[in-house]
Design a protein around this ligand. Structure first.
Ligand code: NAP
Ligand code: GCO
Length: 263
């Protein structure tokens, strides 16, 4: 269906060097978009460029810390010169710190909120004027189940992702009249470097307790993989979702709807 095509579109996926961002950027290229990604580490950038090129994708990579407004403005300007105005922005870059709240320093809390919430504000503020000028735009914020639920040790992350859900709804409210759609994707538990510590095998070879816990709480009885998110991401970036705005699409194998298997 033409409505799902991204031909002629320019997409920026922040943190698209690996994990969820890489999978989304690859899917966008496969749907016809010209793709750009950024990260902070030159090593990650170069490894990612090799990966994109091995997949036949002429992605452009930029070293940019999304919390730094000057670096963001410079990257957006560079992309406009090299690829054109950004039509699709995916605010994917993010970190998590798993520390009991009373043991977490204010600096650690601030760092998580800075990357997971302030940066999507900085990125969106930089691209919305150009999208409005062009008469259309798509912003997709990678939220989380923690936009809805809490758990031990992730206070900063849940606060940030809860805020990101409301930032999504506010961009929808404030710029929907410019034909800009801003939606979120709320992944469940996805097997990426970010969740690797939660899936590490125990010394006796048994699965990590948290791994077993997630399996028992997920109707699909498995962890997600980044590719589970690519269809929803293409939908929200395409014309097929032009009348969808301010929504968070949870792609979680059913976990948010399930009380969990009786032990
Ligand atoms: P990941 O494997 O840790 O990858 C994160 C990416 O973000 C890396 O490319 C990292 O590259 C980049 N990044 C981090 N801080 C940055 C900054 N300040 N500026 C620019 N780039 C930065 O994470 P993931 O699992 O793919 O998760 C991606 C997004 O999905 C995150 O927002 C995460 O919160 C969210 N999410 C993940 C899951 C899950 O289960 N994995 C579930 C729900 C939501 P550098 O370190 O080189 O900068
Ligand atoms: C955690 C996990 C989760 C996932 C994701 C779930 O420690 O609980 O990292 O936060 O990353 O956000 O949707």
């Amino acid at each position: 269906m033409e409505d799902f095509s991204l031909e002629g579109r320019v997409a920026l996926v922040t943190g698209g060097a690996y994990g969820i961002g890489f999978a989304i950027a690859k899917a966008y290229a496969d749907a016809g978009a010209r793709v750009a990604f950024n990260c902070r580490s030159r090593e990650h950038l170069e490894q990612a460029l090799d990966q994109y090129h091995e997949n036949g994708i002429d992605a452009k990579g930029y070293l940019c810390d999304v919390t730094d407004e000057k670096q963001v403005q410079s990257m957006v300007d560079q992309i406009r010169k090299e690829l054109g105005t950004i039509d699709i922005l995916v605010n994917n870059a993010g970190i998590i710190k798993r520390i009991p709240m009373t043991e977490m320093s204010v600096e650690e809390f601030r760092q998580v909120v800075d990357i997971d919430l302030n940066a999507p504000f900085i990125m969106s503020k930089a691209v919305i004027p150009h999208m409005a000028e062009k008469g259309h735009g798509k912003i997709i914020n990678i939220c989380s189940m923690m936009s809805e639920l809490g758990r031990e040790t992730v206070s900063a992350y849940a606060a940030a992702k809860g805020g990101l859900k409301m930032l999504t709804k506010n961009i929808c409210s404030e710029y929907g009249h410019c034909n800009i759609q801003c939606n979120g994707i709320g992944p469940g538990y996805i097997a990426t470097p970010q969740t690797a510590p939660l899936r590490e095998r125990q010394p006796d070879g048994r699965r990590h307790p948290f791994d077993r816990f997630i399996i028992s709480k997920t109707p699909a009885e498995r962890w997600g993989v980044p590719e589970d998110l690519t269809g929803p991401a293409v939908f929200l970036a395409s014309r097929a979702s032009d009348f969808v705005n301010g929504q968070i699409l949870y792609v979680d194998g059913g976990i948010l709807s399930y009380i969990g298997r009786q032990p």
